[in-house]
Ligand binder design. Structure first.
Ligand SMILES: [Zn+2]
Length: 503
């Protein structure tokens, strides 16, 4: 017989049950391991506070290790398994029991609490629609759906639930849901896919900003001593198994010879082609997390699924987002300074993807196209604002990329503080005309503050269409500020667009 006083015990303090008893050794038993375990439990059922009959414990399996056998029983109540309620009996090679673990729910508690849980369950099709909704939220279903009826103890309350398991792709997930049978509430949801964090080295946003130097040159992608202080070691979060830069918001495996590190250590420097993939993975993930932190998450998420990226899309000094159906991916070019070495180019292109995710086909009019360019620049400038110590750099976009232009090094790609006035300064080139729009957005930022402006500007996209022009964009920003923050800044916003000639 088990003597708790002569054993080591860990208690379940809520239920006064010995959860784990060890530090003892029984006499050797006879019989199979299952029989031994049953005999042991019968002899000690009072000490372990198990039910009188042990009928509620069903044998599950025995696992063999080098020095022992482990016999597992699952607890049931009236034919329904109780989640997490297991008994494990550990037997050594001499058939002596040396440990027992007991995670059962006391029978008294079951009789008392379960009675109140016996209410009429929802029809199964209503449960199925809850499951369908979750699948849509998580990605695309790529396995069967397994449903199992269970009792689920949570914080002392026992409920009848469906335990539901399924897998998704894009993003990859292996999901377990516990759904309350009586009201369809999701009590718990878990993604059990093993995801891992990797390490990487990046520029934030680029070495011109970090080192505060305008004399840096590409030198054919060579790593130079001067760059040493501009690298930052970062975490690459939630990488899927496989060793590629593939996670919930970015997938760089469209890059030729895409980076693969089975130990997930992607710390490399700029001359290494993996560097640009690390940059894209890190910065897109960071911006997406920021967007989610503003409230655009779950069913209000914007592009909260993996975007495909080719970090080395050819020798042209050009990057683009491709909105074609079935593509919707980003390509970064390698001409001059590799585009994905400048995080502001990375974010600019992601800006196009965000707009297209909110309004597929955005930018059919040339002013809409200019709003697209202006928004991408704004998003990059706003996101990296706090990383720019030198005030004059805050309004310059992609200073590092501009050092590698064919016509010679330039100050920056574009600015956020242009004086261009509408309509007379329109030139019919979307990037140039985009400076009219980004300058408005930059003033909106000054009026509302960074976070509020970013939120309002993202929200305003939901009020636009494929054919929107500057005027629609300005109206939408005013409406968004009113809906989100009560319209206190309407006057100030009108002034910004009036001064620019848009109103
Ligand atoms: Zn663009």
């Amino acid at each position: 017989m088990l003597d708790l006083k002569k054993s080591k015990v860990r208690w379940d303090k809520d239920n006064y049950i010995p959860k784990k008893v060890y530090g003892f050794e029984t006499e050797p038993f006879k019989g199979t391991t299952e029989e031994i375990a049953r005999t042991f439990l019968r002899e000690n059922q009072d000490t372990l506070k198990l039910s009188d009959t042990l009928n509620d414990l069903k044998y599950d399996k025995t696992t063999e290790s080098l020095g022992a056998s482990t016999v597992l029983f699952q607890q049931y109540f009236e034919g329904t398994p109780i989640h997490g309620a297991w008994v494990a009996v550990h037997i050594d090679k001499q058939n002596r029991v040396f440990m027992v673990k007991n995670d059962t729910v006391p029978v008294t508690k079951l009789n008392e609490k379960i009675a109140s849980a016996k209410i009429s369950p929802l029809p199964e099709n209503e449960i199925d629609s809850v499951i369908d909704r979750k699948i849509k939220e998580y990605g695309t279903l790529n396995t069967d759906i397994q449903k199992e009826s269970m009792i689920y103890p949570l914080k002392g309350i026992l409920r009848y639930v469906w335990k539901v398991k399924f897998g998704t792709k894009e993003p990859a997930g292996s999901w377990i849901l516990f759904i309350d049978k009586t009201d369809g509430h999701i009590i718990e949801e878990r993604n059990v896919l093993r995801k891992a964090d990797g390490k990487g080295r990046v520029f934030v946003p680029n070495p011109v900003v970090t080192l505060n130097r305008d004399d840096l040159l590409d030198e054919a992608d060579k790593d130079q001593d001067i760059f040493k202080k501009s690298y930052k070691t970062v975490m690459l979060k939630d990488l899927e198994p496989g060793g590629y830069l593939k996670g919930p918001y970015v997938d760089t495996t469209d890059t030729p010879n895409s980076a693969m590190c089975s130990n997930l250590d992607f710390r490399c420097t700029r001359e290494d082609d993996r560097f640009e993939e690390v940059m894209a993975y890190y910065h897109i993930s960071a911006v997406q997390s920021y967007i989610q932190s503003l409230g655009f998450n779950n069913d209000k998420g914007i592009l909260n699924h993996p975007i495909k990226v080719n970090a080395h899309g050819g020798t042209d000094d050009q990057s683009y987002y491709n909105p074609s159906p079935g593509k919707k991916d980003i390509t970064y070019g390698d001409g001059g300074v590799d585009d994905a070495e400048d995080a502001e180019i990375i974010i600019h292109e992601y800006g196009h993807a965000i707009q297209d995710a909110i309004i597929p086909g955005f930018g059919q009019k040339s002013e809409g196209g200019a709003m697209g360019e202006g928004f991408g620049d704004y998003l990059a400038g706003s996101f990296f604002y706090k990383f720019k110590k030198n005030e004059s750099r805050k309004v310059k976009i992609a200073e590092w990329d501009a050092k590698g232009y064919e016509r010679g090094p330039q100050e920056c790609l574009r600015r956020l503080d242009s004086n261009k006035h509408y309509p007379e300064d329109m030139q019919g080139e979307e990037h140039d005309d985009g400076e009219i729009w980004s300058a408005c957005l930059w003033k909106v930022r000054k009026l509302l503050g960074g976070k509020k402006a970013d939120t309002v500007i993202l929200e305003s996209h939901f009020y636009l269409s494929q054919y929107s022009d500057f005027r629609d964009g300005a109206d939408a920003i005013i409406m968004a500020e009113k809906n989100l923050y009560g319209g206190k800044k309407t006057k100030g916003l009108i002034k910004i667009f009036k001064d620019r000639g848009i109103f």
